[in-house]
Design a protein around this ligand. Sequence first.
Ligand SMILES: [Zn+2]
Length: 133
Amino acid sequence: MRFWALEALTKADLDLERLTVALPTIDPSTVPVHAASRRFRLFWAKGISAVAMPWGVYVHPDRLKQPAADVGRLMVHELAHIDQWRRLGAIAWFRSYVGDYMRGRRKGLGHHGAYRAVGLEREARDVAARLGG
Ligand SMILES: [Zn+2]
């Protein structure tokens, strides 16, 4: 199963002009969304519902069955990660992400807490909250 991110945003009735302003490197009509295979999901941490790669978004098939508004919000979050990749480059993105995560763990946060505290995750959550209705 594959479709374009634009489809999920349109079904959720999201404001595409605001998305373009918030995520200037993203054209959602060119970002493919895939239902993530069981084999790919073996590598995902527990509780992960989607993964953004520089070339597209992989979503747990169960998440794709949720209401359009929820899928739309998830899509904005994942597109924000692709925008970050494009703005920072892969190495700086990983350095920032893993650095924040490890700092959180060293402070005594558990996996989920450290993940929530990652700056790039907070930024993606903020964009999704602002645009996701
Ligand atoms: Zn994220």
